[in-house]
Ligand binder design. Sequence first.
Ligand code: ASP
Length: 485
Amino acid sequence: MQNDRPRATPALIARRLGLSLAAAALLALFITWAETGVLVGGDPWPGVFFPRFVQLGMIAVILTAQRIGLLTGIVTGVVLAFVAVVAFEGGMASYYWIGEFFLHALKMIIVPLVVFAMIVGVSSLGDVRKLGRLGGRTVVYYLLTTLAAVVVGSVLVNLFRPGDGITLEAAGHATSKAAAGISDLVLSFVGCTGDPAKGGTCDSNIVDSMANLRMLPIIVFSLIFGAVLTTIGDKAKPVLAFFDGVNDAMMKVVHLIMLLAPLGVFGLVAGRFGEALAAQGTDAFLGELQALAGYGGTVLGGLAIHGIIVLPVILYLTTRRNVLRYVRGNGGVLLTAFSTASSAATIPLTLEAAEENNGVDRRAAQFVIPLGATVNMNGTALYEAIAALFIAQAYGIDLSFAAQLLVVLTATLAAIGAAGIPEAGLVTLVTVLEAVGLPTEGVGLILAIDWLLDRFRTSVNVWGDAVGAAVIERYGLERPADGGR
Ligand code: ASP
């Protein structure tokens, strides 16, 4: 994730910082003048000028840090976002639009990027039969890591029992076992939200799915298209050359959008936390955190075990890669996942980091990452298991071993079904609760801090995809690339 500019010297950085801070001071002066009617002095003047100057100064620092390197810029963006939230609380909500701009720039390119990347990735395997090997091993990797995550979550929640302190009465027990069935899953491949007979809706065609950012049908379409291209002989050549060119051009667009990342993550994090504080007040927000500390701590602990121990061990044992170097190559990716709370929005960066920072073979990266962002959600699966069992504990419902096993299975399926967008996991959690007959209104219990935990689980989701790309490069391709370790 380095840019091509010459290395910035300390003198250059200092000069840039000075210039950017001066620009920030001028802008703050202008804003203060617009708000108070005086250029300098007057009673409300310091109260308007100084906060603005500090906030704009932070942006100046982020822009300067970006000169050192993109990762330095992104790290600075996230750190200063937290500093700003502590210092200005709700005042930071007005910076959210900067993050929105970055988020929507990413969303703008997801569909063409995924379509072209997957078609090129799959067709460059050369033979449809190799797709079977790649696909089969990828699915095994997804399933095994997701199951591992759910097991980690279930063990922790049974060990710490964070729900025991809370006593709630279930208003009406949801006894319906109408959880998402196999028909819903199969239909989702062609753009349906579920079985139309049971109230699901379907996109009318692939363009509709693209417009709705429904990734699964887009991926299925691209996979089939890429695969059949390998079967039509010479006629495929010009088509492939075209897709290859567009794919390279899309990656360049990703480079450009990434230049927005440092400011984007600052806006998203400071703005979202600021918004929460503005809406609830700091005390209420902290109170909420405290009340749910046991549950939140269990989820974070589980995510940490899976993200810091399980996945790195898998990465090391299967690929012998230098884990720290691999993490570093994904630093910007993980922070962007944290800031956007969306695996789908992070796809461009994950792809870029895998190929360019970590030297993962393009064919593996372009297959595993877009698909993984849609179906492989280790963090979400772990959280769903903890949340469901926490709700059971809070309502004083003792779940048998068989019922807990059902939670494990449905949490795995629910994570596969969750879209890579903010808080999608909260929606599929209802399915898990219904499957074991737990009160669905229990979701209300964890609602307040879900947006916060979502960021951590999304980072683990994306980390699982990044590790998957390296593992599948090693085991899914016939001739693994040897560069970039
Ligand atoms: N936000 C998560 C993601 O995009 C999904 C979830 O809500 O768990 O990966």
